[in-house]
Design a protein around this ligand. Structure first.
Ligand code: UDP
Ligand code: MG
Length: 320
């Protein structure tokens, strides 16, 4: 493997003015200790507080810091995409701005990378400051995903990871609008290795992911990486039709044999409602996929950049 020369740390930040003053110095201290050229690329995801001004100040004070300001809040997946698209260097490290992914682990990630791995992803051994329900729903999600999709997304793995240049280039080729980064990170393949770490609680500020957002992210993951729900609808329909046929025969026989035609209002209602429900569910599943197809068909850009405070090229140690 070629001698690694430089890395860029990509950080998506949305309304993080409470966490950044603590996080940034902590990160820079780690980078100062690295034996390679390291830079930082913050992506301000349309924050409504002082985040962008704060990031600009960081960039003004240190030439290693670059800032992308998105035109509005595009969500973490797209903010990350913007950062990864513009990151330079031989490898990229993705961190959260709230300090939950400890920057102190970067040297360890780099060490693994130098061993020859292309992706070093952080796996949480402990989930501090999270409710049992969040832990439970996360576990359920990974299980369902593993069952539905051929892309085996590693459990308890977030976006915290190091990726080499070839992986980054591969990721840049995936321009789907409905993005599920964890899935895409896995889908590209390459030599991947897990790196166990203890995820800390947020240093300050609040998580911007509520259960509704997480549920939608889960739907995104399932529909982006699996068409099993569509097939499920087919089998469900097939099974119901078969059962209905069997029952129909029984009703005809019963009517002819015992001459008992009027009874059966409750069963009639149950059948009508049940079938109606099944049909709506199946339609809904088709709709989920159709809607995503529609969004893709529009070919809109993934994100829009309002301002870009660029880093000057690294002098000296950078690769030719
Ligand atoms: N984030 C973002 N855009 C959003 C929401 C979040 O860029 O619309 C960033 C946020 O600033 C943080 C990271 O994504 O750096 C993770 O967000 P958060 O800590 O709220 O999520 P959690 O750790 O609870 O999963
Ligand atoms: Mg967080």
């Amino acid at each position: 493997m070629a001698n690694p020369q430089s890395i860029t740390v990509v950080i998506a930040a949305y309304n993080e003015e409470a966490a950044l003053p603590v996080f940034h110095p902590r990160l820079m201290k780690v980078l100062d200790g690295l034996d390679l050229a390291a830079r930082v690329l913050y992506v301000d995801d349309g924050s409504r507080d002082g985040t962008f001004a704060m990031l600009q100040a960081f960039a003004g004070a240190d030439p290693r810091v670059g800032v992308i300001g998105l035109a509005r809040n595009f969500g973490k997946e797209l903010a990350l995409t913007a950062g990864l698209d513009h990151a330079e260097g031989d490898a990229v490290v993705v961190l959260d701005a709230d300090g939950q992914d400890p920057p102190e682990l970067i040297p360890a990630l780099v060490a693994k990378w130098r061993e020859g791995y292309d992706v070093v992803y952080g796996t949480r051994t402990r989930r501090d400051g999270e409710t049992w329900f969040k832990r439970f729903s996360a576990a359920a999600f990974y299980r369902v995903m593993a069952w539905l999709s051929r892309t085996d997304i590693p459990r308890d793995t977030g976006d915290f990871r190091l990726m080499s240049r070839p992986v980054l280039d591969a990721l840049r080729g995936l321009r789907e609008r409905q993005r599920f980064m964890k899935g895409l990170f896995t889908w590209v393949g390459f030599r991947q290795v897990s790196f166990p770490y203890e995820r800390e609680s947020r240093m300050a500020g609040r998580t911007s992911f509520n259960y509704w957002k997480l549920w939608n992210l889960a739907l995104e993951g399932i529909t982006s990486f699996s068409t099993v729900p569509l097939r499920l609808a087919t089998y469900l329909g097939l099974f119901t039709a078969l059962a209905a046929f069997g029952w129909g025969v029984w009703i005809i026989v019963r009517t002819l044999a015992w001459d008992d035609p009027v009874q059966g209002w409750p069963s009639l209602m149950i059948v009508v409602l049940f079938l109606g429900g099944l049909q709506l569910v199946a339609l809904g599943i088709i709709g989920e996929y159709l809607g995503r197809l529609y969004m893709e068909a529009k070919q809109r850009p993934l994100y829009l950049i309002r301002t870009f405070v660029r880093q000057p090229p690294v002098g000296g140690t950078s690769v030719p």
